[in-house]
Write a protein that binds this ligand. Structure first.
Ligand SMILES: Cc1cc2nc3c(=O)[nH]c(=O)nc-3n(C[C@H](O)[C@H](O)[C@H](O)COP(=O)(O)OP(=O)(O)OC[C@H]3O[C@@H](n4cnc5c(N)ncnc54)[C@H](O)[C@@H]3O)c2cc1C
Length: 262
């Protein structure tokens, strides 16, 4: 079983500033760490490999320093690492990020199973995994909270949909976005860290991709633009209305429309 795990380096703080002109996160000088959900994805890959054999590749798209999370993945037991990195990829929104990752995956090998975390702690959209699957033309499942059965050509998983658990069988090749609690991630091993400190990380740049059109990547390939980022306003304002049910529902609907909730 060839497994690919997508991992992202995220700021180790929620006090990250955003460039007011470009809307891009100011990452310089900010401590970073592996996106916590991606630790669950790595642990899932390691457990599956322990049962079925094969190899695990960790892949990240980011600046050169993102190689740090691949080293951490090596110390947990991952076999290979791929860094998708090029200045042209900077400032990517979800569409451009998922496209770049899918292009990088096509270049880095063939995989039976691609694992992602459910979401990140910075972008937080939970869209990259399913979009990568769309670009690659393979099926995907999100919110995966349990691997129930591993078969030769497929696997059975549970998805935690908050109010219910859904069970599905999915054929390989496929992509799963895993929830926390699927397994408890193991700690990186000091011995493995030492053993893998010189292990090569394959770097993929724009020049290596099948599609080298610059306009599909980074800010150029990002149809979404950040207009303004601000902390949510804390508002203790409240109104008490008295009256008949039908009058109050009409008033409530008008209020919701006024506040743009309806
Ligand atoms: C409207 C909008 C505009 C944005 N504009 C900008 C911008 O101008 N500049 C900017 O810097 N950022 C911007 N971002 C953030 C940037 O798009 C996201 O950080 C990036 O697309 C990844 O999405 P995410 O963090 O929401 O990942 P999610 O979808 O929450 O991540 C899910 C999983 O996908 C995988 N994954 C996600 N990112 C990577 C990666 N880089 N490498 C490998 N695996 C990965 C991981 O397994 C992760 O657990 C914007 C986001 C939005 C919504």
């Amino acid at each position: 079983m060839n497994i690919l795990v997508c991992i992202k380096q995220v700021p180790d703080s929620n006090k990250v500033e955003v460039d007011p002109v470009t809307g891009v996160l100011k990452r310089n000088g900010v401590e970073s760490k592996m996106n916590p959900y991606d630790l669950y994805a790595i642990e899932t890959a390691l457990r599956i490999k322990e049962k079925l054999g094969g190899s695990i590749t960790a892949l990240t798209m980011g600046p050169n320093q993102a190689a740090g999370v691949i080293r951490e993945a090596f110390a947990m037991g991952v076999d290979h690492g791929v860094l998708i990195s090029d200045r042209k990829f900077g400032g990517a929104d979800v569409l451009a990020t998922s496209y770049t990752i899918s292009q990088g995956i096509k270049k880095s090998g063939t995989y039976d199973l691609i694992l992602c975390g459910k979401q990140t702690t910075d972008g937080d959209t939970a869209q990259v995994g399913p979009e990568v699957a769309e670009w690659l033309g393979i099926p995907s499942l999100s919110n995966v909270s349990k691997v129930t059965e591993l078969k030769a050509g497929s696997m059975v998983v549970e998805m935690d949909m908050t109010h219910e658990i859904e069970i599905a069988e999915i054929e390989y090749p496929c992509l799963l976005a895993v929830d926390k609690d699927i397994f408890i991630p193991r700690l990186p091993s000091f011995v493995k860290k030492q053993e893998t400190k010189d292990r090569e990380i394959r770097v993929i740049t724009l020049a290596d991709l099948e599609d080298r059109e610059e306009k599909h990547y980074g800010l150029n390939g990002s149809p979404t633009q950040v207009q303004r980022i601000f902390p949510p306003e804390v508002n203790n304002h409240r109104e008490v209305w008295n009256g008949e049910g039908s009058e109050l529902t009409g008033r409530l609907l008008s209020k919701l429309k006024e506040l743009k909730f309806a």
